[in-house]
Design a protein around this ligand. Structure first.
Ligand code: CP
Ligand code: NVA
Length: 304
C-alpha cells in the first residue's frame, strides 16, 4: 500500500476489498463492545480549511476507538499556506503526529502535504475528490446488497468531487456509472478519461436524469453548490432545477434501488424529503460507515 490516501486510484482493487474486510471486522468489534486498540498511542492531526460534521466526528471518534488520539485543527489555527507554507506545516506536524487527515480547497494542498510529511496523509475532501466518502459509500452498498456485481450507479447533479471519486472507483470495480449533470457541470475530464482508459466500467455522461435513472441500482446525489461555491448558489439553483432526486426518478429505477447522499443535504433542492426519508434511503448507514471504513484506512496506513 502506498504511504498516502489522496484519491481512490491510490488503491488497487485488492486493497479496496482488504479495507472493506477490515472495516467490517472493526464494525463488528465496535458493536460488540470489544476493544480494538490497533492504533494505541498514535495521534492523528486533522487539518480543516472547510467546515465538516461527519468527517471531523468520524475521524476523531474512530481514532479514539482505535486507542489513539485525534487533534482538531480549525481553519484559523494553522493558516495553511498563509501563516506558514504547506511544506513547513507538513514537516512540523509530522514531527508530532503519526498521520494527517486534511480537508482542503485545492487538491494540490494534499499532494504537497503528502510530499513533505514523513507520515501518511489522508484526503478528507478536496475540491477535486472525496475518496473516504466513496469508499464508505461502496462499503454501504456491499452491506446492503451482499455483492458489487453488475451494479448500475446513477449520479444526479453536479460533476463535483464526490462524482469524481465515483468515477475513480469505477476504474477499480466494474460497474455501469451514469452521470446525469447539467451542461457545463461535467466531472473532471482527466479523471473521466483515465477511468475510461481502464475499460473496466461503462461510464456515461448524460444530460437527462430520467434516462440516467432508468433501472439504476443506486441513485446518488449531492449538493448543487459545494463548499467554496456559495456565491454561485443562485445561478446553480437555476441550472440544476431539473436535477432533483425525487420520486419520479425512484419510480424508474430498479424496484429495490438504494438512495444515497453524502450529506449534508439541502432538502427540497437536490433531494426531496419523501425520497431521503423514504424506504430506499440508506443515507444514515452511509454516514455511519464513514467511521468504520476510515478506521480501516487509518489502520492500514498508520499501523506500521
Ligand atoms: N459527507 C461529508 O463529508 O460530511 P461533512 O462535510 O459534514 O464532513
Ligand atoms: N460536494 C460537497 C461534498 C460535501 C461532503 C462539497 O464539496 O461541499
Amino acid at each position: 500500500m502506498v504511504k498516502d490516501f489522496l484519491a481512490i486510484t491510490d488503491l488497487t482493487r485488492k486493497e479496496i476489498f482488504e479495507i472493506f474486510d477490515l472495516a467490517k471486522d472493526l464494525k463488528v468489534r465496535q458493536k460488540r463492545g470489544q476493544q480494538h486498540h490497533l492504533l494505541s498511542g498514535k495521534t492523528l492531526a486533522m487539518i480543516f480549511q472547510k467546515p465538516s460534521a461527519r468527517t471531523r466526528i468520524s475521524f476523531e471518534v474512530g481514532m479514539y476507538q482505535l486507542g489513539g488520539h485525534a487533534l482538531y485543527l480549525a481553519p484559523a489555527d494553522i493558516g495553511l499556506g498563509q501563516r506558514e507554507s504547506v511544506a513547513d506545516v507538513a514537516r512540523v506536524v509530522a514531527r508530532y503526529c503519526d498521520g494527517i487527515m486534511a480537508r482542503v480547497f485545492g487538491h494540490q494542498i494534499v499532494v504537497d502535504l503528502a510530499k513533505y510529511a514523513t507520515v501518511p496523509v489522508i484526503n478528507g475532501l478536496s475540491d477535486l475528490v472525496h475518496p473516504c466518502q466513496v469508499m464508505a459509500d461502496l462499503f454501504t452498498v456491499l452491506e446492503h446488497r451482499g455483492h458489487l456485481e453488475h451494479l448500475t450507479v446513477t449520479w444526479i447533479g453536479d460533476g463535483n468531487n464526490v462524482a469524481n471519486s465515483w468515477i475513480n472507483i469505477a476504474s477499480r470495480i466494474p460497474m455501469k456509472l451514469n452521470l446525469a449533470v447539467p451542461e457545463g457541470y461535467n466531472p473532471d475530464p482527466q479523471i473521466l478519461q483515465a477511468a475510461r482508459q481502464t475499460k473496466l466500467s461503462e461510464i456515461n455522461v448524460l444530460y437527462n436524469p430520467l434516462e440516467a435513472a432508468r433501472g439504476a441500482d443506486v441513485l446518488y446525489t449531492d449538493v448543487w453548490a459545494s463548499m467554496g461555491q456559495e456565491k454561485e448558489t443562485a445561478i446553480r439553483e437555476k441550472a440544476f432545477k431539473d436535477f432533483q432526486l425525487n420520486q419520479k426518478l425512484v419510480d424508474v429505477a430498479a424496484p429495490n434501488c438504494l438512495v444515497m447522499h453524502c450529506l449534508p443535504a439541502h432538502r427540497g433542492s437536490e433531494i426531496t424529503d419523501e425520497v431521503i426519508d423514504g424506504p430506499h434511503s440508506i443515507v444514515f448507514d452511509e454516514a455511519e460507515n464513514r467511521m468504520h471504513v476510515q478506521k480501516a484506512i487509518m489502520v492500514k496506513l498508520m499501523r506500521k
